[in-house]
Design a protein around this ligand. Structure first.
Ligand SMILES: CCCCCCCCCCCCCC(=O)SCCNC(=O)CCNC(=O)[C@H](O)C(C)(C)COP(=O)(O)OP(=O)(O)OC[C@H]1O[C@@H](n2cnc3c(N)ncnc32)[C@H](O)[C@@H]1OP(=O)(O)O
Length: 224
């Protein structure tokens, strides 16, 4: 088995909280597709584990099989979290991210679409995201909005951290298909004010207002 650490870790040089990594875009794309397919199966596993009704003995056999699979993946590991990396092409990848991480089986994952008036994402949340019966956990709603609003503030050209996030839960958000939207309302110096929402087929379920801050001294790139 080939270890990826040599190219995806040793080449990385720390740069302002992000990692400049010299892995060629083609190799990043290939590895991402492989990890993404694994994460999809892990996601399916999480849902299956929550909803299984098979007998106890079978659950315990599956547990043992899974422990053996985990040991195979542990044969070669990064020393810590995956971090955020980018290369000279400005191809960035954050495979462990809690919301969009391609390798993260507990990320929904959100696929954020950047448009001229803001960002949106369509997502289907299943049993793993339940809070009240049949409804999305309020913290999950906040997490997803935090991410899409942060990405909107960032605009793929600067770093923007959440300073303040205010949520208004108008009604329960049902598990199932949902749309998230976010847009920049205004900017004041390093502060970026962003509105966001989650909707189901019946309209808005959660509204949010956020103040995102571009940390002092961090670079701003031209829009792509
Ligand atoms: C190319 C790159 C692409 C990158 C893509 C990445 C996309 C990722 C998307 C990820 C999305 C996920 C996102 C996440 O999950 S981000 C993770 C969650 N957030 C954090 O961990 C942030 C922690 N906090 C900090 O790091 C600092 O406190 C920050 C950076 C926020 C400000 O520290 P800084 O030292 O810079 O601040 P300053 O004192 O110079 O003040 C500057 C101005 O800001 C105003 N202010 C300060 N604090 C707050 C506040 N809390 N609310 C409202 N306003 C605040 C302040 O009054 C002042 O205003 P004014 O007096 O000038 O009017």
């Amino acid at each position: 088995m080939t270890s990826r650490r040599s190219s995806l870790d040793a080449s990385a040089a720390h740069a302002g909280g992000f990692f400049l990594d010299d892995t060629p875009t083609e190799e990043v794309d290939r590895r991402e597709a492989v990890l993404e397919s694994l994460a999809g199966t892990v996601r399916d596993l999480v849902d299956a584990a929550i909803r299984t009704t098979v007998e106890d003995e079978e659950v315990l056999r599956v547990r043992d099989d899974l422990a053996a699979l985990v040991a195979r993946l542990r044969a070669s590991q990064l020393p810590g979290p995956a971090g955020v990396r980018f290369n000279a092409d400005r191809r960035s990848w954050n495979w462990g991210n809690a919301v969009v991480g391609a390798a993260n089986g507990i990320a929904p994952p959100l696929r954020v679409v950047h448009g001229p008036d803001g960002c949106h994402a369509d997502v289907r949340l299943g049993a793993a995201y339940e809070g009240p019966p049949g409804l999305v956990h309020g913290g999950v709603s906040a997490m997803l909005l935090d991410h899409i609003m942060g990405e909107t503030a960032s605009g793929r050209r600067r770093t923007a951290f959440t300073g303040t996030l205010t949520m208004r839960y108008r009604r329960g958000t049902p598990l199932g298909p949902l749309r998230l939207e976010a847009r920049v309302v205004r900017e004041e110096g390093r502060k970026i004010f962003v509105d966001g929402s989650i909707s189901d087929a019946g309209g808005v379920t959660v509204e949010a207002e956020g103040i995102f801050i571009q940390p002092a001294g961090t670079p701003e790139f031209p829009r792509t």
